[in-house]
Design a protein around this ligand. Structure first.
Ligand SMILES: [Fe+2]
Length: 502
């Protein structure tokens, strides 16, 4: 589409800003292409046959917002194909409207994170599609919670276009964290600010494995706040709200989309998964705190909802302070894997300390499970962990880290039943990104398989994939070397080869 460039545009530099989030390991890489036969140290088991897709924000042009957050960049999708003991790599940007028009104009046109009033041009859809990539109904969906997905070809990574599910999508927004029923393949989704910026509307919908919408329920949230991740059980859906609130007037004045609100409770919306009416939603309230990513959820024998997720007492998104400008220092943040138990039939909507227990004391994030046990009782959870005692050489790597986000130096595995945690430490100059679990071929035992994660090596300033066998968690079976540096990313998923060819 032709872009009309206004005669007066915000000036942009010909290089990235001299800010931590654009320097060192975080300098945008902007690579598209492929590398066959990556170097492998160790052995990739022969029974692994599939692709690890992940996405990173990777701005193709320097922004005109000087202190732009690191995750406001264009979605660049990496695909690691593992087969017959070999690994290959492919990477391609999502051709969003933003990406395409900026490439045509040869400069940044998008303004602040989720503030269209700061853009240099008017976009129909301004998403960067940079938060998650899932495989559904034969397509990859590149996701960010401010817009519909962009569909991509799983093999070529060619962008197919904005995905409206043949016009069935009722919402202007689509979560970056859809859930999948492991038995039926049903995709359970929602969008918040679903009628536009600053609206309290939440749209909940279920999509059958063949792409047919099964039901839609429109809800109204008690505040306009971020619902980044959520959780699903056999019969319930759980919406944890981060007390970062949006105000349309602030947006119109060129301010930030989000502001931390210490006086806002941590709301937990609970809705029947099937057959609900708008009035069925119940918004439980817990004292102010910060819920991060979900691990899993299920119903116990009494019918209570058991929801496991990361929880921090402080504002993890420290770059969006409160109205007075207060925010915690990033080194004081500590997010723990936490269990919230909610009786959906309870008369009281108040949640207290009695509803909450810490499952793992470490500073952790990016929780993953064996997805065959999603929405069901489960035992094993995997995550990124920061434990300074493991021996990371901070003195050597700090000048190279770049910044703007918390980092994790190891992978953890918690056996919820035994309460035992195993730790994999990738090296003294390394940090880990989000892992994915790969089931062992032919095994139906929960947690029997492999864990795969992208690892940043600050000594070589390049990226590596570390592959663990969950039967021998503390050492890598294979380290797969990339001849390039991949900036810190957000989320990804493993797709078995059999899924692609279905
Ligand atoms: Fe996320």
């Amino acid at each position: 589409m032709a872009t009309t460039i206004p005669t007066t545009l915000p000036p942009v530099a010909s290089h990235y800003p001299d800010r931590p989030q654009f320097q060192g390991f975080m300098k945008p890489g902007r690579v598209e292409g492929e590398v066959q036969n990556l170097e492998v140290y160790g052995k990739i088991p022969d029974d692994i046959d599939g692709t690890f897709y992940r996405v990173m924000p990777d701005p193709q042009f320097p922004p005109f917002i000087q202190d732009d957050p690191w995750f406001n960049g264009d979605g660049n999708i990496s695909a690691f194909r593992l087969k017959s003991g070999r690994a290959s790599f492919k990477q391609r940007y999502v051709r969003t409207e933003k990406f395409t028009r900026e490439r045509e104009a040869q400069r940044a046109l998008l303004g602040k994170y989720r503030n269209k009033y700061t853009d240099a041009v008017e976009f129909k859809v301004r998403t960067t599609a940079n938060t998650n990539v899932v495989h559904f109904d034969g397509k990859l969906l590149a996701l960010k919670e401010d817009a519909p997905p962009y569909a991509m070809d799983p093999d070529t990574l060619e962008t197919l276009g904005l995905e409206t599910f043949d016009g069935q999508l009722p919402s202007l927004t689509f979560t970056a964290h859809p859930k999948f029923d492991p038995a039926t393949g049903e995709m359970i989704c929602f969008g918040y600010e679903a009628k536009g910026d600053g609206t309290p509307d939440v749209c909940y919908y279920r999509v059958a494995a063949d792409g047919k919408f099964l039901e839609t329920v429109w809800l109204v949230a008690p505040v306009v706040a971020m619902i980044h991740d959520f959780a699903v059980t056999e019969n319930w859906v759980v919406f944890p709200m981060i007390p970062q609130v949006c105000d349309l007037e602030r947006l119109k004045q060129g301010g930030e989309h989000w502001q931390w609100s210490p006086e806002t409770p941590f709301y937990v919306g609970v809705l029947p998964r099937m057959g609900a009416k708008a009035s069925d939603v119940r918004w439980f309230r817990h004292p102010n705190c910060f819920p991060s990513h979900s691990a899993n959820a299920y119903e116990d024998a009494t019918g209570n909802i058991v929801f496991d997720f990361g929880l921090s007492e402080k504002n993890v998104f420290f770059w969006w302070p409160d109205a007075q400008g207060n925010s915690p220092r990033p080194e004081t943040l500590h997010s723990q894997l936490t269990r919230l138990t909610v009786d959906p039939r309870s008369e009281s909507l108040e949640l207290t300390a009695a509803n909450v227990s810490v499952l793992q004391m470490g500073n952790s994030e990016f929780y993953r499970v064996d997805d065959r046990f999603a929405t069901k009782p489960y035992r094993h959870v995997y995550f990124d962990l920061m434990d300074p005692a493991l021996g990371t050489d901070f003195g050597a790597i700090v000048p190279q880290l770049g910044g703007g986000y918390p980092l994790y130096n190891s992978l953890g595995h918690l056996d919820i039943e035994t309460k035992h945690t195993e730790v994999y430490f990738p090296g003294r100059t390394h940090m880990v990104q989000e892992p994915v679990f790969i089931p062992r071929r032919g095994s139906t035992v929960e947690g029997d398989g492999y864990l795969l994660a992208l690892v940043n090596n600050y000594a070589t300033m390049s990226s590596e994939l570390h592959l663990l066998d969950t039967k021998d968690f503390t050492k890598a079976q294979a380290v797969i070397m990339l001849p390039l540096r991949l900036r810190h990313g957000l989320h990804g998923n493993w797709v078995d080869a059999a899924e692609i060819t279905k």
